[in-house]
Ligand binder design. Structure first.
Ligand SMILES: [Zn+2]
Length: 218
């Protein structure tokens, strides 16, 4: 077999996508072209190359409205007129497209959370954009103390940061309103990349994670 570089590999992948949706199943893609998108789910996921929501959930074009960033963080509501990528994607999904569900998708072994922990421990170099970005979740590692093992602490911080993002979702008045009228629900999912399990937390004062796949855990 001839070795291929990453770009050739992607072009071959696009060819497969094209064959699947433009030749074999045009009935799936054509309505999306003619009538536009109407996704029912907004996913806020990490930029991590291993955590592509469309691949993890085997979804098709038109199903998921996705915003990805380092550590899948939701910033708090701050309508100060500056350009805000995550908030604008949330506004597009929730106010314009009227999605019914928001999933914040976190994962084990998150490099962004690891950076946050190491920054809190004074072990990470200051980065121009990465450092202030991950500090959105600074509260999630308030319990981490000098001398802690960063890798061990990161797992707990991943969960806490996800719960913080769920709380931050509720600082947006149009999210609160949509939830109140029963048009929107919020949940956090945490994917254990090593074990392959999926955990869920719903927002609320006593939010905790329970395993939803395989079912039956807590
Ligand atoms: Zn991550």
């Amino acid at each position: 077999m001839v070795a291929r570089g990453p770009i050739e590999r992607l072009l071959a992948g696009f060819k497969s996508f094209h064959a699947a949706y433009y030749e074999q199943r045009p009935e799936r893609i054509q309505p999306l072209v003619e009538r536009g998108q109407a996704p029912e789910v907004l996913v806020i996921a990490c930029s991590d190359s291993r955590i592509d929501p469309a691949i993890l959930m085997n979804s098709e074009p038109g199903e998921l409205f996705v915003v990805r960033n380092v550590a899948n963080l939701v910033p708090p509501y701050n309508p100060d007129g500056s350009a805000r990528g995550v908030s604008s994607a949330m506004e597009m999904a929730i106010r314009e497209l009227k999605v019914r569900h928001v999933i914040v998708l976190g994962h084990s072994g998150c490099g962004g959370i690891r950076t946050l922990v190491e920054t809190a421990l004074g072990r990470a170099p200051e980065r121009e954009f990465l450092t202030p970005w991950v500090r959105i979740a600074a509260e999630a590692c308030a319990h981490v103390v000098r001398g802690d093992d960063a890798a061990a602490a990161a797992h707990e911080v991943e969960h806490r940061a996800l719960l913080l993002s769920l709380r931050n979702l509720r600082t947006f008045p149009w999210i609160v309103e949509a939830e109140r009228s029963g048009e929107l629900d919020l949940r956090g999912w945490w994917f254990d990349l090593g074990g392959g399990a999926l955990w869920e937390a719903r927002p609320g004062a006593d939010a905790t994670f329970r395993r939803i796949w395989p079912a039956g855990g807590d």
